[in-house]
Design a protein around this ligand. Structure first.
Ligand code: ATR
Length: 281
């Protein structure tokens, strides 16, 4: 019997219960995945004690606790340590251990959609747009996965420089302004939009113009409301291949579920189902 949960606030509309309940069914495991809202005025320490009393096996962590939870954990895996944020916790042998599955989930979703990337990752030139928490996780996971040319374009240079402090020796990273990124777009094979620009209700916004985009490049956006952002629609019209943000949601959950249960669930039709749920919401 797996007792799983999500902590955060507000989380009433989270898609994680739908995803993990599906995973439990597919894995033929009994259990449940519940929502534990922790309001800002409540004590996180107290709530974590309650969670331990309830013998929960593991839980996801979302805003505003991804960083705040760190001091209460007994151990942190390397990924979470470098990213400085936790989205998944295992509770075992009286210890809370923190992980971050966002970056690895993102890379899985990208390589699943474009298997040819896996064979050529050392040659591919990637550009990450944005330098927030999501960009940090994606940058680190891409590097760990073997990509070697990863530039970062951001409005504020210092945030991008901060991410680049994670750089491994074998990796090349140039920091660009958004204007420079826009002008040099034809140099990139994969462009990854990691900011909230273009998210509902600002569907008509796009972080940069794609005039210089190389046809047949891959353009990815982690925003999934709307399912297809203006950024992706523009990219498609320029002849690029596009990668939708909702798939990252599924793959970060796949990896979290794997950490809790040791089972990797095939996503099959969940991609289409999630797309439909999001389109109807
Ligand atoms: P998250 O943790 O979800 O990634 P975040 O930490 O708030 O979110 O990061 C937001 C990112 O989106 C930042 O890179 C931010 O740019 P700055 O570093 O210059 O603040 C970027 N961002 C947000 N709104 C933006 C906008 N309107 N134009 C350009 N970049 C924007």
């Amino acid at each position: 019997m797996y007792q799983l949960a999500l902590i955060g606030y507000p989380i009433k509309h989270s898609l994680s219960p739908w995803i993990h309940t599906n995973f439990l069914e597919k894995a033929q495991l009994t259990g449940d995945y519940r929502i534990i809202e922790i309001k800002p005025e409540q004590s996180l320490a107290q709530q974590l004690d309650d969670i331990k009393q309830q013998s929960i096996n593991g839980f996801n962590v979302t805003v505003p606790y991804k960083q705040k939870i760190i001091p209460y954990l007994d151990k942190l895996d390397d990924e979470a340590k470098h990213i400085g944020a936790v989205n998944t916790v295992i509770y075992k042998n009286d210890q809370l251990v923190g992980y971050n599955t966002d970056g690895i989930g993102y890379v899985r979703s990208l390589e699943q959609a474009f298997p040819s990337l896996e064979r050529q990752k050392e040659q591919k030139r990637l550009l990450i747009l944005g330098a927030g928490g999501a960009a940090r996780g994606i940058y680190y996971a891409l590097m760990q996965a073997g990509y070697r040319f990863i530039d970062i374009g951001n409005r504020t240079r210092s945030s991008a420089e901060d991410i680049a402090t994670l750089k491994m020796m074998s990796v090349h990273t140039n920091i660009k302004t958004l204007t420079e990124a826009e002008e040099k777009l034809s140099e990139y094979d994969v462009i990854i939009q990691t900011t909230s620009v273009g998210m509902r209700p600002n569907e008509d916004h796009s972080i940069i113009s794609l005039h210089q985009l190389k046809p047949q490049s891959i353009v990815s956006d982690i925003v999934y409301q709307p399912i297809e952002t203006k950024f992706l629609t523009d990219a498609k019209s320029k002849g690029a291949y596009i990668h939708h943000g909702h798939t990252m949601l599924l793959y970060q959950a796949q990896y979290a579920f794997e950490l809790w249960t040791n089972k990797r669930i095939s996503l099959n039709d969940m991609d289409k189902q999630l797309k439909q749920i999001l389109e109807e919401s």
